[in-house]
Design a protein around this ligand. Structure first.
Ligand code: ZN
Ligand code: ZN
Length: 141
């Protein structure tokens, strides 16, 4: 734990660049997205630096790890409670900041006192839908 604390306080320029990239980022980037972006400024940076920084941030609850993309973990610097809208085609993730009145039927609560929920909405985004339409049109001709 002590080691972890020291790790967190040590803000190297590379770590700062990672934090800067994440600040206000609504793309829900994967570790490799972050690596590719920050690498442009710090070509010597290793993937382990990104990975360890994300791990440290997660430990501090400064970042959420999302498991909605089966291909890769995505990271969300928005730690305010919100829901997600996910495009099943391009895996774009959009923040939904509306509260939903949801309640589990008493039998389904299994004795839990429910304190929160997180909803993932799935669909096809307008860009992907437009693309699909074009492809379909192309096939007809
Ligand atoms: Zn899409
Ligand atoms: Zn989000």
């Amino acid at each position: 734990m002590k080691k972890y604390k020291n790790l967190c306080l040590k803000l190297t320029p590379q770590r700062l660049a990672i934090l800067e990239y994440l600040e206000g980022n609504t793309d829900h980037p994967s570790a490799s997205d972050i690596y590719n972006a920050v690498c442009k400024r710090f070509p010597t940076m290793s993937f382990a630096t990104v990975y360890n920084t994300l791990k440290a941030l997660k430990g501090k609850a400064s970042i959420q790890e999302l498991t909605i993309d089966p291909d890769k973990k995505r990271f969300d610097p928005n730690t305010v409670h919100h829901h997600h809208l996910i495009c099943t085609e391009c895996r774009k993730i959009i923040d939904i900041e509306t509260e939903f009145e949801l309640d589990l039927p008493e039998l389904q609560k299994h004795g839990f006192e429910i304190t929160g929920n997180h909803i993932d909405f799935y669909g096809v985004c307008p860009e992907c839908a437009g693309l699909a339409l074009q492809e379909y049109g192309g096939q007809l001709h």
